[in-house]
Ligand binder design. Structure first.
Ligand code: ZN
Ligand code: ZN
Length: 258
């Protein structure tokens, strides 16, 4: 049985409260090579580190999500820096911009995003970037930083993909790739070289077809892998092997000294 690395999940989420430990044991035994669980604020980042300490294949990313920066105090950067030194922390994330929800404090989101990009650079860690309804602003910032990063849950155009690739960034796809209306994402996936693509679930959200609407978990990453294999006209094995290798190279799992 081929194991797939899920590069973006949220196992701190309360959707996993009833069965988190059994589920992670099962997933890491049978289905997943590695899993990265990302924090969206300081508390959740801390939670994910504690979880990663208990499961070999589980790694943590620490960061403040743009939706949460209104509630996070200004001293957060020092706390984040401390957390990021943990040997199981493999990235800063998830960070970025999200202009979907009102009320909106764009200036604060932009400041937090820049501060965390700088922290990642200082600590020599990759970043996991979230982008929604903000393409102009986020591309301006990424153009400036050209971070060692991944644009997660990609659903943008080929043009945007090309520019991200030109910065040296990776691009990752969720179950969104399997949705009927995901034509743009499918075109982008066809276009992006396989050595720049990673697979993710963003669970508990974004469950792929045929599980849409259910709680997502890292086991369902197989559906996104199958879709990508179909798009790339490769076998599932070839596709998974490439995406797993990309994840190893990008996150440098386990290579960090404690
Ligand atoms: Zn996101
Ligand atoms: Zn996420």
């Amino acid at each position: 049985m081929m194991k797939i690395t899920d590069t973006h999940a949220h196992y701190d989420d309360e959707a996993f409260d009833s069965d988190r430990d059994e589920l992670l044991s099962e997933l890491l035994a049978d289905k997943c090579e590695k899993i990265v669980s990302l924090g969206c604020d300081i508390e959740k980042s801390r939670f994910n580190i504690a979880l990663a300490e208990r499961f070999d294949g589980l790694y943590a990313a620490v960061g403040v999500h743009p939706e949460n920066c209104a509630d996070v105090k200004d001293g957060y950067l020092d706390e984040l820096k401390e957390l990021a030194k943990h040997p199981k922390v493999c990235a800063i994330g998830e960070i970025g911009l999200d202009y979907h929800w009102e009320p909106l404090d764009k200036q604060r989101q932009i400041r937090f995003f820049r501060e965390q990009l700088e922290l990642a650079r200082e600590l020599n860690l990759p970043v996991c970037v979230h982008s929604r309804d903000c393409t102009g602003d986020i591309m301006d910032i990424l153009r400036e930083y050209k971070p060692n990063g991944v644009m997660h849950c990609f659903s943008g155009s080929i043009e945007v993909a090309d520019e991200l690739l030109s910065f040296g960034m990776m691009i990752s796809f969720t179950g969104l790739l399997t949705f009927k209306n995901a034509k743009k994402a499918v075109e982008a996936a066809r276009h992006i070289p396989l050595d720049r693509i990673m697979l993710e679930t963003d669970c508990p959200y974004m469950a792929p077809v045929p599980h849409r609407g259910e709680r997502n978990d890292s086991g369902y990453v197989i559906h996104t892998a199958e879709k990508l294999a179909e798009i790339k006209e490769l076998t599932l094995e070839e596709t998974v092997r490439a995406c797993n290798e990309n994840a190893e190279r990008f996150f440098r799992f386990g290579q960090k000294k404690g």
